[in-house]
Design a protein around this ligand. Structure first.
Ligand SMILES: Cc1cc2nc3c(=O)[nH]c(=O)nc-3n(C[C@H](O)[C@H](O)[C@H](O)COP(=O)(O)OP(=O)(O)OC[C@H]3O[C@@H](n4cnc5c(N)ncnc54)[C@H](O)[C@@H]3O)c2cc1C
Length: 496
């Protein structure tokens, strides 16, 4: 980590806050955040406290995946164990690059340089890094095999391998196939199709840069007087950053307005679901935002195909109708109806269907749906008690954001150490996740939510006493200036 850069980041934050008449301390208080995550140089109080309380528990810990969750976990375990024996298996030299920044790259607000980081600069001291992929798992023998054939034994396994974007699930994008968000080889293949001819996707880093090129072309066509259509479909699978497509439609809207060209563009947002958000008050707020921006929202549209030549996005519209009375069940049958819908586009931002990497999803530690099945509170594997999972790959009901991983890694480390010490696990993940929903260039609605108290569903869980359904400039500062340093210097060092 480079202290000079951190200092510059903090100075930049201070100056923008100063212009607005508030101090960094007050801003962080308003955001309900601790300043500890932003402290640089030397040991923080939090770090000192964990060092003092370091556990003498022993055992070889192997972490599969050295992205955001994997490195944060390795760092925290390094502080929390007096004799850590930790190995990270991660093939990508840039695995810690800042993925949430892709949204800002896609709208021309950041560049790739703002988000690209080298893993070696964040690998905690003393952690062994195997630059390879784990491809076979034998949890009954406590071992796994890497792509190069090395067999690695472990006492405890942490699975933090994220997810893979499967563009190939959309007919017409088979050649693009599976793409990891930060993999340069995948990007080179994907770029030949996605990022060309009106198609964009911020779900891989270079794709985000090309999305900005396509968005600019779209805006300039609208500005020249052409009537244009922008199409923003959500996938039918779970996906990381559930708010990403809403951010993209809002940022496109902002760029069109900036160019004085909004009147010439039809913006269509299509979702497979029946709602814009699982938490009712956030759904209502986002519905209001979409109406205010004249975005055409279409529910129950499954994105199935794209005709690249004629620039048509194809959907299966689905709905239920009441059938005959079932005397046994004492209710009407539900008949699912479908109809094909074609939408011609000038610009289409694709969020690909997503799934667990297949070598894990279809292994003995995976599940029928692919994700790693863990207890949603303790993050311990449902079958193998020395295995834990977190981040995008964990089968927990909410999540698939860096914000949820930030809460999960602290819980996981505490529970893993309890198991190593032969004690009961006491830490519980409450389902917290956060979506800084960009509503305009300069405003964000901070949608924080968690499980309900009974552990089911989702409810709003604001960290501080401000109406969470309002779009605010202060949250833009958080998104634009604070979250990246908090992630890089707080979470990836295991401190916050
Ligand atoms: C466009 C976009 C916008 C986003 N916006 C936000 C946001 O605003 N807020 C937010 O909180 N989050 C956001 N996110 C989500 C956030 O980046 C992820 O949830 C977070 O990175 C998940 O961390 P992870 O460690 O689970 O996965 P990753 O950080 O993706 O790391 C997984 C790692 O596992 C490695 N791996 C995979 N398979 C194997 C294997 N078999 N063996 C070894 N290693 C393997 C991969 O190479 C990868 O480095 C966004 C993501 C994207 C793409």
């Amino acid at each position: 980590m480079n202290n000079r850069n951190i200092k510059q980041d903090l100075e930049q934050i201070d100056s923008i806050l100063k212009e607005s008449g508030i101090s960094r301390r007050d801003a962080l208080k308003m955001m309900g955040l601790s300043g500890a995550g932003l402290m640089v140089g030397g040991a923080t109080e939090a770090e000192a406290a964990t060092t003092l309380k370091a556990s003498d528990a022993k055992g070889k810990i192997v972490i599969v995946g050295g992205g955001l969750s994997g490195i944060a976990t390795a760092a925290k375990l390094t502080h929390s164990l007096s004799n850590p024996d930790i190995t990270v298996i991660e093939p990508n030299p840039n695995s810690v690059s800042y993925q949430p920044g892709n949204t800002l790259i896609g709208a021309g607000l950041w560049t790739l340089d703002d988000t690209t980081y080298e893993t070696q600069n964040f690998m905690p001291n003393g952690v062994k890094w195997i630059k390879d992929k784990a491809v076979e798992f034998n949890p009954t023998a406590n071992e796994l095999k890497t792509a190069s054939g090395e067999v690695i034994k472990y006492d405890f396994l942490v699975v933090a391998a994220g997810l893979v974007n499967d563009f190939g699930m959309i007919k017409g994008l088979e050649e693009v196939g599976e793409v990891y968000t930060l993999d340069k080889n995948d990007a080179a293949r994907a770029k030949k199709i996605v990022g060309q001819n009106g198609l964009g996707s911020i779900y891989f880093a270079e794709g985000a840069a090309d999305t900005w090129t396509q968005m600019q072309k779209f805006v300039s066509d609208a500005k020249s007087g052409k009537k244009v259509t922008g199409v923003f479909p959500e996938p039918h699978t779970p996906f990381k950053c559930g708010g990403a497509q809403k951010k993209m439609v809002n940022l496109t809207n902002a760029r069109l307005e900036e160019a004085g060209a909004r009147a010439n563009a039809d913006l269509q947002f299509l979702t497979n679901g029946k709602k814009l958000f699982g938490v009712p008050e956030y759904h209502t707020a986002i519905d209001g935002q979409m109406k205010a921006r004249n975005v055409n929202v279409r529910y129950e549209h499954k994105f199935t195909e794209i005709d690249l030549v004629n620039k048509i996005a194809k959907f299966e519209k689905h709905w239920e109708e009441k059938g005959a009375w079932d005397a046994d069940l004492e209710e009407f049958e539900k008949i699912v109806k479908t109809e094909a819908v074609d939408v011609k586009y000038d610009f289409c931002h694709v969020i690909p269907p997503q799934k667990a990497p297949k070598e894990i999803g279809s292994s003995p530690i995976g599940s029928e749906k692919g994700w790693v099945p863990v207890d949603k509170a303790t993050l311990q594997h449902v079958t193998y008690k020395n295995v834990f999972a977190l981040g995008d790959i964990a089968a927990v009901p909410l999540g698939k954001t860096g914000g949820s991983a930030r809460k999960q890694y602290a819980v996981l480390c505490q529970n893993l150490i309890a198991v190593m010490e032969g004690k009961e696990m006491t830490a519980k993940y409450n389902g917290y996740t956060v979506c800084p929903l960009i509503t305009n260039i300069g405003t964000v609605m901070l949608a924080e939510f968690s499980y309900k108290p009974d552990g089911t569903g989702a409810m709003a869980a604001p960290s501080f006493p401000l109406d969470p359904t309002q779009e605010r400039w202060i949250y833009w500062l958080l998104k634009y200036y604070l979250l990246k340093p908090m992630t890089q210097y707080g979470m990836l060092s295991g401190r916050a």
